[in-house]
Design a protein around this ligand. Structure first.
Ligand SMILES: O=C(O)c1ccccc1NCC(=O)[C@H](O)[C@H](O)COP(=O)(O)O
Length: 263
């Protein structure tokens, strides 16, 4: 089970980082933290004027595909996203399976004005403080990776620190957990995190069950305007897209095309 494997490795890494800097010490650095998290909800909410919202992902590798982008420069990619109208940027920080790095967040935050998501396998408050220290505006919590109690605790902690949370779901059970914890931004991930199989009809099944007023993000496997149009018409506000942008000849052209899918 790849999800269990990633979580296990994440926990091992965390023990090492906590020995270097304790949660208390890390928390104390927050008083001099230069980054104030921005409210991402207006960026991700579909409106009449700007119906399609894009969270564009900085993604070098993945467990399902291995290395996706050889000539990978996170800052250059983030600048291209920002210049072409991305509403938020997802920065993968998991180092082993996605070849991500927490430092990418700071690097990008310094030069790029677009709000940033720390995309990782968050199982501990320590990672939430890290997200803040390194410059994220919101974090991902994966319902499938957490018990209801853990999800609620981590969700409340992030909100308490001023970070928004994208709660990722894969089925009805996850949705129940997301609603219970009070999630306002719900991501439906088409990719099964264990088998890597894509179910592009997952939004059709889950969106009707989501209470009104939530921001809905369609995640993974999105690579054409027809899918974007269809999912937007059934209620998706935003689209989290990684691999496709990493493989196209021009990020700028492709992102603008997606943003204008309804024109
Ligand atoms: O991308 C993977 O292979 C993967 C495998 C196991 C757990 C998570 C995985 N991806 C994380 C993501 O959710 C995606 O990076 C994100 O939704 C963008 O997806 P895509 O546009 O398909 O790159």
């Amino acid at each position: 089970m790849i999800l269990d494997e990633i979580i296990e490795k994440t926990k091992q890494d965390l023990e090492i980082r906590k020995k270097e800097i304790s949660l208390d010490l890390l928390g104390r650095t927050l008083s001099s933290n230069p980054y104030t998290p921005r409210d991402v909800k207006p960026y991700l909410t579909s409106t009449k004027e700007e119906p399609i919202r894009i969270i564009a992902e900085v993604k070098k590798a993945s467990p399902s595909k291995g290395i996706i982008k050889e000539d990978f420069d996170p800052l250059v990619i983030a600048q291209a996203y920002s210049n072409s109208g991305a509403n938020a940027i997802s920065v993968l920080t998991e180092p082993h399976y996605f070849k991500g790095n927490l430092e990418y967040l700071t690097q990008i935050r310094r030069y790029v004005p677009t709000p940033l998501l720390r995309k990782d396998f968050i199982v501990d408050k320590y990672q939430i403080v890290e997200a803040l220290v390194y410059g994220a505006d919101f974090i991902l919590l994966i319902a499938k990776a957490l018990s209801s109690k853990e999800l609620k605790e981590l969700y409340d902690y992030a909100i308490h620190l001023g970070l928004e949370v994208l709660v990722e779901i894969h089925d009805k059970e996850d949705l129940t957990k997301a609603i219970k914890c009070g999630a306002t931004i719900i991501g439906i991930n088409h990719r099964n995190l264990d088998t890597f199989e894509m179910d592009m009809s997952l939004c059709d099944k889950l969106i009707p069950l989501i209470p009104n007023g939530k921001i809905i993000v369609a995640e993974s496997g999105v690579s054409d305007t027809e899918v974007i149009k269809r999912l937007n018409s059934i209620g998706a506000d935003a689209f989290l897209i990684g691999e496709h942008f990493m493989r196209v000849p021009s990020i700028e052209e492709e992102l603008k095309k997606f943003k204008n899918a309804l024109n």
